[in-house]
Design a protein around this ligand. Structure first.
Ligand code: ADP
Length: 397
């Protein structure tokens, strides 16, 4: 079955056409600057990227251009649209309603809209993508895959905040967690690679990208994760502060004469390693600047790794031990110095890394020595493939 996987943002739309049987990517691409001017980068598998700059006034136009690219005589990969048998959409916030992927119906859309208060930036944008596809591909089954779903197995002790209980009852203020599709995918792969039995296993997944979160997985299920009601909680990230003393919000608002919204923008967009270093949110730049003696960049990298290591430690406590740890996403897959700095804190777990850690980039591989008491792996995440698998499975039923 050929599945179109769509990941829609407010002004962007990423896609992959995946053959769910062979699990190969037939084409991938990205529409950017939707509603501004518009650019479509389309890459048929095994060929160079084609850049198209037709105007993209809205998401519906973007989808129609994507479909035209996929069926184009010259650089298309399918003969006709009938060959797309299903569409899988990445949806961000499923609240407490969705603990797994679902076939999208009017009721599902209404429920996702209800969750939009919890993700005002993300949920409306993803629904625009769903509606655009429905308008252009009527009758093609669509599936929604939620970032929050995998974490719905967290117990109350992990998801409740220490705030008046009525906030949970009235407004659903609780921890939800994100990156669930990635954590689930990598956790399953880690079980296979490390030969773990998911009826009795304890693993920790470190998804370290521009957005970063860590999940404690017991017997294949998420039992705790570092992001919360929003993706701002937890680790220090590219531009997000991560957890901090909530008192800082009021203090900075007063000192800098900022509104609540402005402080939140600073914490989301201008903080994290970017804010600390003043150099970049990108770890390639930070590691380079650190090499050249930039102290703020060095502090930012060290603070990031220290927090990752502390979070791993807290999840070792939550799981009462750990069998294996995986690094994934942009930094986790590619940055050997970050993996090394994090693992240096894990001596108490008996973790020792192979020299090969330094040479590995984005490959699936064990980076701990054979004698390391805890197995440590690098496992590239593949959220699109995970979405295609769920979509094919639900549509076939
Ligand atoms: P997201 O999906 O959250 O935008 P990614 O998982 O794509 O993020 O990760 C992007 C980040 O990965 C970049 O900002 C950069 O910090 C890091 N990264 C990518 N490639 C490398 C590399 N070769 N070395 C170090 N860091 C890298």
């Amino acid at each position: 079955m050929k599945v179109l996987v769509v990941n829609c943002g407010s002004s962007s739309l990423k896609y992959q056409l995946i053959d769910s049987k062979s699990e190969s990517v037939l084409a991938s691409g990205l529409c950017e600057r939707i509603g501004i001017d518009g650019v479509l980068n389309h890459t048929p598998a095994g060929h160079d990227k084609i850049v198209m700059t037709d105007p993209l006034p809205d998401h519906q136009t973007a989808i129609s251009k994507v479909l035209a690219a996929l069926t184009d005589k010259e650089y298309g990969v399918i003969a006709s649209l009938d060959q797309i048998e299903a569409v899988g959409h990445r949806l961000v916030h499923g609240g407490e309603k969705f603990a797994s992927s679902v076939v999208i119906t009017d009721e599902v859309i209404a429920e996702v809209e209800k969750c939009s208060d919890l993700a005002p930036l993300h949920n409306p944008a993803t629904l625009i993508g769903v509606r655009a596809c429905q308008a252009i591909m009527p009758g093609v089954p669509m599936v929604g895959v939620f970032d929050t779903a995998f974490h719905q197995t967290m117990p109350p002790k992990a998801y409740l905040y220490g705030v008046p209980h009525e906030y949970y009852e009235k407004y659903k203020v609780r921890r939800y967690g994100f990156h669930g599709t990635s954590h689930k995918f990598v956790s399953q792969r880690l079980h296979e690679l490390a030969g773990l039995d998911s009826s009795d296993s304890r693993v920790i997944i470190c998804h370290l990208g521009n957005g970063a979160s860590i999940t404690a997985v017991r017997n294949g299920q998420s039992v705790d994760t570092s992001m919360g009601l929003t993706p701002l909680e937890g680790l220090m990230m590219g531009t997000r502060s991560g957890s901090l003393d909530p008192g800082i919000i009021e203090y900075i608002a007063h000192k800098e004469n900022l509104t609540l919204e402005e402080v939140m923008r600073v914490l989301n967009k201008e903080s994290g390693v970017l804010g600390l270093s003043g150099v970049s949110s990108d770890f390639r730049d930070l590691i380079e600047a650190r090499k050249h003696g930039n102290k703020h960049a060095a502090d930012a990298v060290e603070a990031f790794c220290y927090r990752v290591a502390k979070k791993i430690g807290s999840y070792v406590a939550a799981l009462n031990g750990v069998d294996a740890i995986a690094f994934t996403a942009g930094i986790g897959e590619n940055s050997a110095p970050v993996r090394k700095m994090v693992c240096e804190y894990l001596g108490y777990l008996g973790v020792t890394l192979l020299e090969a850690n330094n040479e590995l980039r984005g490959k699936e591989v064990r980076i701990s020595t054979a004698s390391s008491k805890v197995a440590v792996y690098v496992i590239p995440t593949n959220e699109e493939l995970a979405i295609a698998r769920d979509t094919a499975a639900l549509v076939k039923r």
